[in-house]
Each structure stands twice: as structure tokens, then as C-alpha cells.
Design a protein around this ligand. Structure first.
Ligand code: MG
Ligand code: MG
Length: 256
């Protein structure tokens, strides 16, 4: 996936709008999370998301994105599907599945982007451990989002945490600057060297998104040209927040 590499430092007013977009996005994700039960179709999840977006007169930047144009407002990626799964009326959640839900919200021309992975019914201890480690990897990445650090510090923190727990990070998909577009600079891989990369400055807004695989870092794309799966069929998880660098603590944009 390619995007404009330009980095836009956001004004206080832009950050406020992005924070509001992030609140709406969090509301969307919460509404979808409520529905994660056996027998629900992934198209139902998309419909619930679109209903919340409509209520706020917002749209998701996912719909129509890329080639072929992505058809829905959220992505639904189940088990070995890492990211970019396409919701379908024919795909039903089952007990024990883990499902990643990713959504973006555009408000007044500014984008917020966030994702979570959660279980359906009762999940295996192995799946639960994967979810915990991936969410924690996001937390350690966010903690490194401080002015004066570099993008490599965030990347290295994520990689160290994930690999320290025996899992793998994808090399093919990355976090990214977010705001005036869904994907802008800087790129933020889930692997890297501390002290390398771009200097973080107040006003930078980045979607940090650990994408974690149990058995391998390798992925492949299904014939729908979107769905990314682990090459070995092993379980995967994905968590994401849009975060602003400030003079002090990192500002989480995509929470209620
Ligand atoms: Mg996302
Ligand atoms: Mg993203």
C-alpha cells in the first residue's frame, strides 16, 4: 500500500478535530465489539459500523480506497487473516474465533484510524495470550511516542515486546502518519532500531498498529486482492490507535 510521504504537523485546531473523529471511531468500534457473537455475519458488523458513522454524518476512508476499491467501511479479519479482510454476508463468526476490526473516520476532512482484535465466545489460551501481547505491544509503542524520540524507538519497542513473547511482526505492512489523509508520512514499521528514523515532534500524528503473527512473519494476499493472511495459517492479531506527539504525554486520539 502506498501513500503520500509528506508529514503534516497538526495545529491545535486540527488536533481537536482529530480527537473528535477519534471519539466517533471509538464509538464505532465499541458498537461492533458488542456484536461479536457466534452466528453474526461480518456484513452485519459493517452495517453496525456504518449506522454509527451515519449518525455522526461521517464516512470511513476505507470505502472505495485503493485498487480494487475496498467495498466496505471496516475491515474484518478472522484468525489467520492479519488485516484487510472484506466483510461478507456469507462469512459468519464462530465460537473461538478471534476477529480484528479496523475502521477509520473522516470528520471535517481529518482522519482517525483504529483497530482492535477480540474473541468470539470462548477462545483458546493461545489466542488469549496473542491478544494480550499484541495489545500490550501497542501500549509500549504508544509510550515511546514522545517528542525527542525517533520513529525507530517506537518501532524497536514494539518489535522487542512482540519477539520477546515468541511472536512475529510483519515486515510488509506498517503504521503510518494519519490526519489530512488516511496514510501520510511518516511510515512506522513494527520493527526497527532504537535511535534511528525520524525525530518525533509535537503535532505529529501517527497510527501505531502492531500486526502480530504466531508462526511466521511471512504473509500472502488472497485472491480477493485485499485479505492478508499468515503464510503458514497461524493465528494473527492487530491493534491500532492514532496518537499525537505533544510536549508531554502522548495524546491518544482514538478513545472515547
Ligand atoms: Mg486502521
Ligand atoms: Mg492504519
Amino acid at each position: 500500500m502506498s501513500w503520500a510521504r509528506q508529514i503534516h504537523l497538526k495545529s491545535a485546531a486540527e488536533l481537536q478535530t482529530m480527537r473528535q473523529a477519534g471519539r466517533i471511531n471509538a464509538e464505532v468500534l465499541a458498537a461492533v465489539k458488542e456484536l461479536l457473537k457466534p452466528g453474526v455475519s461480518t456484513a452485519d458488523l459493517n452495517a453496525a459500523a456504518e449506522s454509527v458513522l451515519r449518525k455522526h454524518k461521517c464516512v470511513s476512508p476505507f470505502k472505495g480506497y485503493g485498487r480494487p476499491p475496498f467495498p466496505t467501511s471496516i475491515t474484518t479479519s478472522i484468525n489467520q487473516e492479519l488485516v484487510h479482510g472484506i466483510p461478507s454476508k456469507k462469512r459468519f463468526l464462530k465460537d473461538g474465533d478471534i476477529v480484528s476490526i479496523d475502521c477509520g473516520t473522516i470528520l471535517d476532512g481529518l482522519v482517525a484510524d483504529s483497530a482492535f482484535t477480540a474473541g468470539v465466545g470462548e477462545i483458546s489460551p493461545a489466542a488469549a495470550n496473542l491478544l494480550n501481547a499484541t495489545e500490550e505491544a501497542l501500549r509500549v509503542g504508544i509510550a515511546a511516542m514522545r517528542a525527542g524520540n525517533r520513529t525507530g524507538d517506537v518501532s524497536a519497542a514494539i518489535q522487542k515486546y512482540v519477539e520477546g513473547h515468541g511472536y512475529h511482526v510483519t515486515r510488509e505492512y506498517t503504521g503510518h502518519g494519519v490526519g489530512r489523509q488516511m496514510h501520510e508520512g511518516p511510515q512506522l514499521p513494527n520493527y526497527g532500531k532504537a535511535g534511528s528514523g525520524l525525530l518525533l515532534k509535537p503535532g505529529m500524528t501517527i497510527a501505531i498498529e502492531p500486526m502480530v503473527l504466531v508462526g511466521t512473519a511471512e504473509t500472502r494476499v488472497l485472491s480477493d486482492q485485499w485479505t492478508v493472511v499468515s503464510a503458514d495459517g497461524s493465528l494473527t492479531a492487530h491493534f491500532e490507535h492514532s496518537v499525537a506527539v505533544t510536549e508531554g504525554e502522548p495524546l491518544l486520539l482514538t478513545v472515547l
